[in-house]
Write a protein that binds this ligand. Sequence first.
Ligand SMILES: [Cu+2]
Length: 288
Amino acid sequence: MRGRAKPRAATVALLVATATLTTAGFFWLPGAAGANVLTPEAGPSPNAEKINELYKIVLYIGLAVIGTVWAFLFYSLFRFRARRGREAPQISGNASLELGWTAAAAAIVAVITVITYIYLDDITHPVASGPEAVAEARDQFATINQPPPPGDKSLDIQVSGQQFLWRYQYPNQAVSFHEMVVPRDTTVTLTLKANDVIHSWWIPELGGKLDAVPGYENKTWFKATETGTFEGQCAELCGAGHYAMTAKVTVVEPAAYQAWVENQKEEFEEGQRLAQEQRRQIEAELAQ
Ligand SMILES: [Cu+2]
């Protein structure tokens, strides 16, 4: 009988070791592989940074709770484990303990709620553009739950989702598909629309996810403080080609953006002119 206690202790020790190593492994993954495994992908945009910070605060509070509960659990498992000849005391109810953990849990939820609302304000409200920003402010800023960015210097891009691509329209009427090009350091406000079914705009490194819903205009924003390419994927199952509905935001220097958007406008107009010409030709042929 005495021999059976040893394998049991060994099993518990093995379980504890495995759980500890697995948890620790998440935090010790090297460099880029470990980044964003447990936390959101955060890139160089203030809203994405705030989402990441808020996530980490809640994560650390959660880890502290888990740590405390597990510490008590394992302490009790060993300290009060079954022993021959000793009967466990039978306890029923403990008012101060029960009130204590109820109040503590309520306090933790209250703290998380207050912190979340403080952060939410920063996540939903666009910040001002930087000094080098491209000034393409619009006179009217139709808003749904989103105030205009301070300083009146922003770039408003109309984003339309359709099966199965994203279409972007810039203030000078230039249009691009799949890839959006924006200037660095400029607050970009996006107006999201959908032409057929619900799609969802999400470039994880540039902020939160927002649905594009037919008949509605939803607003979001980002401000990339570094140049680079940031990729995303339609985050709402929208049909058989959903997998191909990718999105890409390329952030370039303000001067490069201005050159690009002018060129894009000319190319788009040229494309439309050619299409009209072709259409006229086909119609003329059909009429003969
Ligand atoms: Cu979609």
